[in-house]
Design a binder for this molecule. Structure first.
Ligand SMILES: [Zn+2]
Length: 281
């Protein structure tokens, strides 16, 4: 994909202040607000058709708004039921196909649940499924980054190490790093400049400095419990202890570029907040 040379800021889905809930009006709002990108939320199913995707692409191109995609939540590449695994693969393929038609750069998804199994076994199962998905995408000439996400619950596959390892082993797969999820599943860590820096350094060591150049990233405040993520919060919610400003400083110091998608409940308000903080660092 085309390399974005700076860090772009946007929302997970249509901004709340958009005139209507359509993707088109969301992209227009992103542009009006002075934001840069938007994630197409296919989280309850890929309902966008091919024609609509091409309309979306034109509008986004005209306004210079970049797009990413979030696949449906109902994905578990480690389900014990073969039908569910098959449907999960199809949901990723459909998201990739429609996302690519819309001109999106990257598609992210929560790959699997451990289902009480040994994480190493689950890794192998997820890896095999992704290899099959990549083969299918290559055959059909669909070009979009496939970016499994670091997840927030301990029951979910998707530690930083697992996600980086998939990206290292499978050509075309890249990490989507959700920093708030890592903070939640780590029981409050990472949460400092040095700890966030270690994440970036691990990516660099394992995948090369090139991997910092068009990253798919998620950020928000977060509320967690003993099992990890409970819900996303605004950055300044007193319940959230996530030190987002220190993370922004790391992203600036390391010159990380790509798509920083804000998943806070106030979407564009928090996306603008971090964009302004980042600009003044
Ligand atoms: Zn996600």
């Amino acid at each position: 994909m085309m390399k974005m040379m700076k860090l772009l800021f946007g929302t997970a889905g249509v901004p709340l202040s958009a005139t209507s809930r359509t993707t088109e009006s969301g992209i227009q709002k992103i542009n009006e607000l002075g934001l840069d990108c938007m994630e197409l939320e296919f989280v309850r199913g890929v309902k966008m058709g091919s024609e609509k995707a091409q309309v979306v692409r034109k509008i986004a191109d005209n306004l210079g708004v970049q797009l990413t995609v979030h696949s449906p939540y109902y994905i578990n590449l480690n389900s014990k039921e073969p039908d569910k695994v098959k449907a999960s693969k199809q949901r990723i393929l459909d998201s990739a196909k429609i996302g690519a038609l819309a001109g999106a750069h990257s598609v992210t998804f929560h790959a699997a649940y451990y289902m009480g199994m040994n994480p190493k076994e689950v890794y192998q199962i997820v890896k095999d499924a992704l290899l099959e998905i990549m083969e299918n995408l290559n055959q059909t000439n669909i070009r979009i980054d496939i970016s499994p996400e670091t997840t927030g619950k301990l029951s979910q596959f998707g530690t930083l190490e697992e996600i980086i390892s998939l990206a290292k082993e499978i050509p075309g797969v890249k990490p989507c790093i959700d920093f708030a999820h890592l903070h939640a599943r780590g029981g409050g860590k990472p949460n400092s400049y040095n700890e966030f820096m270690k994440i970036i350094e691990l990516v660099k060591e394992e995948l090369g400095s090139f991997a910092l150049k068009d990253m798919h990233l998620h950020i928000s405040g977060i509320h967690y419990g003993p099992k990890g993520e409970l819900n996303h919060l605004t950055f300044e919610d007193p319940e959230s202890k996530f030190r987002y400003k220190e993370l922004l400083q790391v992203l600036k110091d390391e010159n990380v570029s790509g798509f920083l998608i804000c998943e806070s409940p106030t979407l564009e308000i928090d996306a603008l907040l971090i964009k302004n903080i980042y600009r003044n660092l």
